[in-house]
Design a protein around this ligand. Structure first.
Ligand code: ADP
Ligand code: MG
Length: 452
């Protein structure tokens, strides 16, 4: 058994357990050994291993056996065997699950995740344009912009939106042939067609669709013949006025090793980006997810403030945020406890740690100076005017609150002030905050800005 076979098994597992469970529980597994009927996997935490053992071991074993492997039992070991089972952060992989072709359809597309619909997509400032553009395409009316190019970082909802378009088109315009696949699959089909001398069929098929959606197009950068074929397909479809939707992790112009002519073609349509999530959007997504979990795990109590805490602390991407919530509910139901802040901190320690952003005092000073419209140099300078001293104290307060620096350290970064000065500043702000609502608002805003 090689890791390649494990790769195949994993693809099969996506179908069995669903994409979300797959991404949360299966993808992080690493097959470390297969011998004497035992398949051994590395897992990020003990809890993680227990959970997979209880819920997915049978699926995994069945799939392994179906590839001819001799597996009677699965074992899950924490890498490095850390005492508390947290030796390694449970990095939820950034790479999207590879999709598998439909067996029952003549279009060689990827299966659509039934949960990726417009209804389940939470709209906020960072994604409203992308959402509106996707909705427009999903109406299936005359093509107004071609292609629609969606780009943004990992886990911000590109694939979700593309699936949503496909679902919507399927119900509104069942007459249209809609093909969704990843750029990787496009390449794979192309190479296969070359190998099997069926390139004419390949061309014909891709030119016969009404809507073509290619996810993660950055993947074909540097792959010359695939790019070439993609370019021709693209042009043929645009000439026939067929809608194309493309996603990538960055703007067309920024994809390295992508041919210029392709870049400029991609820029011809509507290029929209999904911005990093903000606090409100993250909270909205969590609230929506929780509704779903409440049905699945009846009787579980969720304490106040937990969702806010997660939305505040896990800022990296939505996939990790969702994974955290999934794990939290699973864990709480396993141990039969209320979901409290303490439980969250315990069960998600690895995720929280890895998404801890190291905020520097300089960053704080800069943001505060900007906000109050004073010079950065005045932050550390000696001026005692109130309109400078107050912002300075705000920055001191935030430095104390948001970093792990000691008072003397903070003092040094404020132009070598004494630690008692810092302490005085921090106290002053604490006092004022209680009576000055403008200041309290300022602090809330700054805190949000600084913590992304
Ligand atoms: P990308 O393709 O940009 O890497 P995905 O579309 O795979 O990201 O999204 C990652 C996960 O986050 C998915 O489970 C998706 O449903 C969820 N997600 C992302 N954005 C939103 C949103 N605005 N509302 C609801 N779920 C979202
Ligand atoms: Mg994606």
């Amino acid at each position: 058994m090689t890791n390649e076979t494990w790769g195949e098994v994993r693809e099969e597992l996506i179908k069995r357990v669903g994409r979300n469970n797959y991404v949360t529980w299966i993808e992080p597994l690493k097959l470390s050994q297969l011998a004497n009927g035992v398949a051994r996997f590395e897992v990020p935490t003990t809890f993680f291993g227990d959970w997979v053992q209880r819920n997915y071991a049978d699926h995994i074993r069945t799939q392994l056996v179906s590839t001819g492997a001799d597996v009677e039992r699965l074992e899950f070991l924490v890498k490095g065997g850390g005492v508390n089972g947290r030796a390694r952060p449970a990095a939820v992989p950034a790479k999207p699950a590879r999709a598998v072709a439909h067996a029952d359809d003549d279009l060689p597309g990827a299966p659509l995740d039934s949960r990726f619909t417009f209804e389940s997509f939470v709209v906020g400032k960072p994604n409203e344009l992308a959402h509106a553009a996707a909705r427009r395409v999903a109406e299936g009316g005359p093509v107004t912009f071609n292609p629609l190019f969606l780009y943004g970082g990992v886990g911000l909802g590109k694939t979700h939106l593309m699936h949503a378009i496909a679902h919507e088109l399927q119900s509104r315009r069942p007459d249209l042939r809609v093909l969704y696949l990843s750029a990787e699959q496009f390449m794979y089909r192309f190479v296969q067609a070359l190998r099997e001398r069926q390139i004419m069929d390949f061309k014909e098929l891709f030119r016969s669709v009404d809507v073509l959606m290619v996810d993660d197009v950055q993947f074909i950068a540097g792959k010359d013949s695939t790019q070439e074929e993609f370019f021709h397909t693209f042009n043929a479809l645009v000439d026939q006025n067929k809608q194309i939707v493309i996603s990538a992790d960055r703007a067309p112009g920024e994809i390295k090793d992508l041919e210029e002519r392709i870049k400029s073609r991609l820029q011809c349509g509507l290029v929209v980006d999904l911005h990093p999530t903000d606090y409100e959007l993250r909270l909205g997504i969590l609230q929506q997810k929780v509704e779903y979990y409440r049905n699945q795990y009846r009787g579980l109590v969720l304490a106040d403030g937990v969702l806010e805490f997660l939305a505040h602390r896990i800022t990296s991407n939505v996939r990790i945020l969702e994974g955290a919530l999934t794990r939290l509910f699973a864990f709480a139901s396993l141990v039969g406890r209320e979901i409290t802040l303490d439980l969250a901190q315990d069960c998600l320690a690895d995720i929280l740690r890895s998404s801890d952003r190291k905020l520097s005092i300089e960053e704080i000073q800069r943001k505060v100076a900007e906000h109050y419209n004073i010079r950065l140099s005045d932050m550390i300078g000696p001026k005692r005017l109130r309109n400078i001293a107050r912002p300075r104290q705000v920055a001191m307060y935030l430095a104390k609150q948001l970093t792990l620096r000691s008072l003397p350290e903070i003092g040094r970064r404020f132009g070598g002030r004494d630690h008692t000065t810092i302490m005085h500043g921090v106290r002053k702000i604490e006092e004022l905050m209680a009576i000055d609502s403008q200041l309290a608002d300022d602090l809330q805003l700054l805190r949000r800005l600084l913590q992304g």
